[in-house]
Design a protein around this ligand. Structure first.
Ligand code: 4VN
Length: 325
């Protein structure tokens, strides 16, 4: 049993909702501008719960939905760029919260591609035959790294967490992947700089804790590279775009999804989009989307529907995973 499948999905969204009108009272922007440029209507922001808490709620939900024991989990990966601490990892904190005592736990840092990177990693452990049950969670609180006086970033992001439980099985459900990084463009999207500032160091530039992005550069890069990644993943799986029931993109910007659909010559309705409710939740956006798709009955576990999960963002990183759900 070296194949794996998604058993269930779960999400955690902070209570506090901030709509575009509330944002417009904080910075010089408007509901009309935000909706037309990004598709975002509202986002949820943590009022104090940290990343490990949100991811812990997701893991407890996955355990409850699947009916497994926390002791059955032998691998736990949390994708995040906004951990509670640099050490311990958020995954180790989550392991403790959910009592997953037998798990081997670590974090993956790949920004908005974090969930697909972590899913790819978990699949390799399961396909080794040495691990049977893995939890893969994406959780981010970008609000703690956002400058709420910078209207070019603060309207875009929201907080949240989502995840899936993977189990080894006979049939192949992980059809293909196409994973990429481009460190040349690392500074197109950055935050949380930790310069060496000690009694031993010479003065270093401090790039600050806030998220800064060159929107135009990331937008153009995404549009150039991501459709090609989807095509490569399809070709590796021996599939055509028409065989895919839904494309589940990282929810960065609804307008970029429209352009992607045009580039792929398919209708935008083939993409699942829920950015209107949550904004860009970084590593959490794809598992939150999966959780909502299952809740809304758009797809069902065991239905055999094919999904292309597509992450892209900081690093720069991007990747496509094709699964049969
Ligand atoms: C991928 C992308 C973005 C992103 C880039 C630009 C952008 C989102 C700039 C132009 C602005 C509207 C907003 Cl493509 C972010 C990530 C990170 O998750 C990944 N929005 N915008 C406008 O229209 O003026």
């Amino acid at each position: 049993m070296k194949n794996c499948r998604i058993v269930c999905a779960h999400k955690y969204i902070p209570e506090r909702k901030i709509d575009n009108d509330e944002m417009s009272r904080m910075v010089d922007t408007s509901d009309e501008w935000i909706v037309s440029r990004t598709g975002i209507k509202e986002r949820h922001i943590s009022t104090g719960e940290n990343t490990s808490y949100m991811a812990g709620e997701v893991l407890k939900g996955l355990i409850e939905k699947s009916g497994i024991s926390p002791l059955d989990i032998d691998l736990l990966i949390v994708a995040t760029i906004s951990p509670d601490y640099l050490t311990p990892s958020t995954a180790c904190l989550v392991q403790h919260i959910a009592g997953a005592k037998n798990a081997f736990a670590f974090d993956v840092n790949a920004a908005c591609s974090g969930f697909v990177y972590a899913l790819s990693t978990a699949e390799k452990f399961i396909s080794s035959g040495k691990y049977k049950t893995a939890a893969v969670i994406g959780a981010d609180i970008l609000s703690k790294m956002i400058d709420f006086t910078d209207r070019s970033t603060c309207v875009l992001f929201g907080d949240g967490a989502g995840g899936v439980l993977l189990q080894a099985c006979e049939e192949n459900h992980y059809l293909s992947e196409d994973m990429n990084s481009c460190g040349d463009k690392a500074m197109a999207l950055y935050g949380g700089h930790m310069p060496v500032d000690t009694v031993f160091s010479k003065e270093q530039p401090n790039m600050g804790k806030y998220i800064k992005m060159n929107g135009r550069e990331i937008f153009d890069f995404t549009l150039k590279e991501v459709p090609e990644s989807i095509k490569r993943a399809l070709s590796k799986a021996g599939l055509d775009l028409k065989d895919i029931d839904y494309i589940v993109p990282h929810q960065a910007n609804a307008r970029i999804v429209n352009y992607m659909a045009k580039k792929l010559s398919i209708d935008v309705s083939r993409f699942f989009i829920n950015i209107d409710q949550y904004g860009n939740t970084t590593a959490a956006s794809i598992p939150i989307a999966l959780s909502d798709m299952l809740e809304e009955g758009k797809v069902e576990i065991g239905s055999g529907k094919k999904l292309a999960l597509v992450g892209f963002g900081g690093g720069l990183t991007w990747g496509t995973v094709i699964i049969k759900i």
